[in-house]
Write a protein that binds this ligand. Structure first.
Ligand code: PMP
Length: 356
């Protein structure tokens, strides 16, 4: 605390990211990183970009990268926005598109950064509980008549539940709220959910946000992007160009472009993660865990007879870290990121020992 802090800073409750431990030899299943390294073509592109040109500013518009993303998503260049991780893209969307008179709506169990951005940007919001079995109920997001409807934001698949909403349900929400922006945070979409990108050509109120941190194994490079109508994207650009002209450095532009272009590596690593997730789900169930069906690179699971915080601590003693949240509805759950097949086998082995 300092008397020099502004009232806004004094009132913030910053996001607490999952631990990035300094210890070696830990099995790290706590922050949904990809267990595989980036594509060799990405590393090659990064090495090639390490030259004298680093003395020059990067392309402020990241045109080459945005063209690669536009081709990958089947949209036009003015429909693509890039940022320093999807966290930055989300932050810019909060400022540009989600701060309206009518409150922003998002689920109670969801990405815990959303309420933090609300605090930073003074965005009024309304939290909508998931159903008993942690589903988004489309009905909760349909207009009730009369009042103006605020913007809507949720991840698909949702995090940390891993549950996906079918595209037809997302379309119902988007179509029923033509005067409200609907932001779909698709950080984990490549692991088994349907992307809402095809909706952007038919609806001007939908913004889809994706990241290279998960399915492209590039959490350390910091690259996220948004796809939407050219007018929504222009709104994001106006905020970005009033804040930082060069959020994507030369190395990130080179590496991210190579990652988007290497479809074969993307396909093979994401299918390995999906395969391991299904195997891990079966093993956890055989140990007595309830596992929410996941379309992401993590699972949310609870053991009906064991305290989740105790299990997380016991795993940690065995050198395995998973994520435990304090939200009352999921305080007895563990969120386990999908590691390599060997890491997941080690987790199952450790749990079998702990459970006795
Ligand atoms: N959205 C969701 C739902 C996430 O879980 C994360 C990762 N913590 C992000 C966005 C942000 O990811 P990044 O900034 O690495 O793109």
């Amino acid at each position: 605390m300092s008397r020099f802090w502004s009232p806004v800073v004094a009132g913030l409750s910053p996001y607490v990211p999952g631990e990035q431990p300094k210890l070696a030899n830990l099995i790290k299943l706590n922050t949904n990183e990809n267990p595989f390294g980036p594509s060799p073509k990405v590393l090659e592109a990064l090495r090639a970009a390490c030259d004298d040109t680093l003395r020059l500013y990067p392309d402020p518009a990241s045109d080459r990268l945005r063209k690669a993303i536009a081709a990958h998503c089947g949209v036009a260049l003015p429909q693509v926005f890039v940022g320093n991780g999807s966290d930055e893209v989300l932050a810019i969307a909060f400022q540009a598109l989600l701060n309206h008179q009518a409150p922003l709506r998002f689920p109670d169990i969801t990405y815990s950064f959303y309420p933090v951005y609300c605090g930073l940007y003074g965005v009024r919001h309304q939290v909508i509980p998931l159903t008993e079995d942690f589903r988004i109920d489309v009905q909760d997001y349909l207009p009730t008549g009369g009042q103006p409807q605020g913007p809507i934001l949720f991840p698909n698949p949702n995090a940390p539940t891993g549950r996906a909403l079918p595209l037809a349900d997302i379309e119902r929400i988007v179509a029923a709220n033509p005067d409200a922006v609907v932001v779909i945070d698709e950080a984990y979409v490549d692991f088994g959910a349907e992307s809402a990108v095809p909706l952007v050509s038919r609806y001007d109120n939908v913004l889809v946000i994706q990241t290279l941190s998960k399915s492209r194994s590039l959490a350390g490079l910091r690259l996220g992007f948004a796809i939407g109508s050219a007018a929504l994207i222009e709104g994001l650009e106006r905020v970005k160009n009033s804040f930082n002209s060069y959020p994507i450095d030369r190395l990130a532009q080179a590496g991210a472009t190579a990652a988007i272009e290497d479809t074969d590596y993307f396909e093979s690593t994401r299918s390995a993660v999906i395969h391991t997730r299904e195997a891990l789900t079966g093993s956890l169930q055989s140990l007595g865990f309830d596992v929410i069906p996941s379309a992401a690179n993590f699972v949310l699971a609870r053991h009906p007879e064991r305290d989740a915080a105790g299990l997380a601590a016991a795993l940690r003693e065995k050198g395995i870290i998973v994520r435990h949240f304090s939200h009352p509805r999921i305080v007895q759950h563990l969120r386990i990121s999908i590691g390599t097949a060997q890491e997941c086998e080690a987790l199952v082995h450790a749990l079998r020992t702990i459970l006795g």
